[in-house]
Ligand binder design. Structure first.
Ligand SMILES: NC(=O)c1ccc[n+]([C@@H]2O[C@H](COP(=O)([O-])OP(=O)(O)OC[C@H]3O[C@@H](n4cnc5c(N)ncnc54)[C@H](O)[C@@H]3O)[C@@H](O)[C@H]2O)c1
Length: 428
């Protein structure tokens, strides 16, 4: 790291649509220099290099083989941003940590439990971190709800729900034409393939890996019809006409936690439908529910208060400002980089850069990364066992029972650190 200018040197590996977008967003974060880019498709690597040059007037080194990149550049790098396909993230992250780099890995589930353990071992042995870039942890709604929950407004949380309900039929089915990685996963696998968008915020809310942990995963997959039917309507996909897909159109997963909470996740990406993450959060004093025509909330005696037994919903949007997380209050005040998913991409990347600059554990650490990603491999096992509960390993090896204190800061996801937002405590 260039100590004087406080600039970190980053290599970006995987420059498909998401990688290119994330790299451009990363360049909006102060203190970042992209000095190398890599994609196995040369044209994408070149496009990435051109984007860096246009923004910074510096041409980064260009690679199509990430191992060569790590060998040649590893020593001079601080960090790697990995936005490759689901089944390549972990291998690249492990190799990057072993080459001396911190890692920011785009989201996706694990294909095996070995993969999760390798991430943990590599991080523990090298002292480098691997942060899953779960942007939804920094979504405005999720952060306001976290703020409310930490103030005790929901009482004791008992149950959470969430999902990834996104019509991706075109993206999946045209995977070969567009060089996109999901298709093979939907052909061969059957389980909760993309758990972390809602599981990340829920895990932070429930203190997973800090006094709580996931105990079991059980999943049931329904039939697979959506992609097959969609493909019949696409003349260019004639060669996939008789393709059998293993991935159920709707996969339901239940996770139990050591402190008794239950989490219900839904994966639903191959049927026509509007986007939803279906977040719901229910405690002894109230409930929040994402809903198609406006998110709804009821807090006993406070919001939705009516006479007698009339438990009416109120619109969450009418109350959000009162409970704004200070990170979002500041962000709105300064001017949001709305480009990436309404602003949360910039925040998650800023959190990553902050951790690298400070040499500190990131708000989503390797234990979170492994636990959240493991749900995919475990749910595949559970589906294969007819929905039987499958135990979740403790990646912290017992440390979850009494963890070292977390780092307080503006990007902290364990608590709302109000004191860090005081003018006198803000470094920038
Ligand atoms: N957090 C979010 O909101 C969000 C949004 C979109 C995508 N994503 C995630 O980002 C990742 C990338 O998404 P995408 O849509 O760009 O995927 P993609 O499959 O379209 O692109 C992946 C890119 O990685 C490259 N790649 C694969 N293996 C490689 C290797 N070994 N070395 C170098 N390059 C390699 C491919 O050539 C391709 O260009 C996925 O994990 C996806 O789930 C996250």
């Amino acid at each position: 790291m260039d100590e004087q200018a406080k600039t970190i040197r980053v290599a970006c590996i995987g420059l498909g649509p998401r990688g290119l977008g994330q790299m451009k967003e990363l360049l909006n974060v102060p203190g970042v220099g992209v000095c190398a880019v890599c994609d196995q498709c040369e044209d994408r690597a070149l496009e990435g290099a051109a984007a860096v040059e246009e923004r910074t007037a510096q041409r980064p080194a260009i690679y199509t083989d990430y191992r060569r990149l790590l060998k040649k550049e590893g020593e001079s790098l601080d960090a790697v941003l990995c936005c490759t396909t689901w089944i390549t993230h972990s291998r690249i992250a492990v190799d990057a940590m072993r080459a001396g780099c911190h890692v920011a890995a785009e989201v996706g589930g694990a294909a095996s439990m070995g993969e999760c353990w390798e991430l943990v071992r590599a991080s523990e042995e090298t002292g480098k971190f691997c942060m899953l870039l779960e942007n939804c942890c920094y979504d405005r709604n999720e952060m306001a709800l976290f703020h409310m929950q930490r103030q005790g407004l929901f009482g004791e949380v008992v149950h959470c729900e969430g999902g990834y309900r996104h019509d991706l039929r075109e993206e999946i089915a045209f995977g070969r034409e567009n060089r996109h990685g999901r298709l093979a996963n939907f052909i061969h696998r059957n389980g909760e393939l993309y758990p972390t968008h809602q599981l990340g915020p829920i895990a932070k809310l429930l203190g997973i890996n800090r006094g709580n942990r996931f105990l079991t995963v059980s999943s049931i997959a329904g039939k697979a019809r959506g992609l097959h039917e969609y493909i019949q309507t696409q003349p260019r996909l004639e060669y996939l006409k008789n393709q059998v897909f293993n991935e159920g159109d709707v996969v339901d997963t239940t996770i139990t936690c050591a402190n008794g909470e239950t989490i219900h996740l839904v994966h639903d990406c191959s049927l026509p439908r509007p986007y939803s993450r279906g977040y719901a959060l229910q405690g002894t004093r109230g409930i929040y529910q994402e809903a198609p025509f406006g998110n709804a909330i009821f807090i006993e005696g406070l919001l939705g208060k009516k006479e007698g037994w009339d438990h009416s919903w109120e619109k969450f949007d009418d109350h959000r400002e009162k409970f704004e997380h200070p990170l979002w209050a500041r962000y709105l005040d300064e001017g949001v980089h709305f480009g990436g998913h309404g602003g949360m991409d910039f925040l998650v990347l800023s959190a990553f850069v902050d951790a690298v600059l400070c040499g500190a554990t990131p708000p989503i650490d390797v234990y979170d990364t492994a636990a959240w990603m493991s749900v995919t491999a475990l749910s595949e096992q559970s589906v294969a066992l007819g929905g039987a509960p499958v135990p979740v390993p403790d990646f912290t090896n017992g440390r979850w029972i009494d963890r070292e204190p977390f780092r307080r800061g503006i990007y902290c996801l364990e608590d709302v650190c109000g004191e860090c937002f005081l003018e006198s405590n803000l470094k920038n």
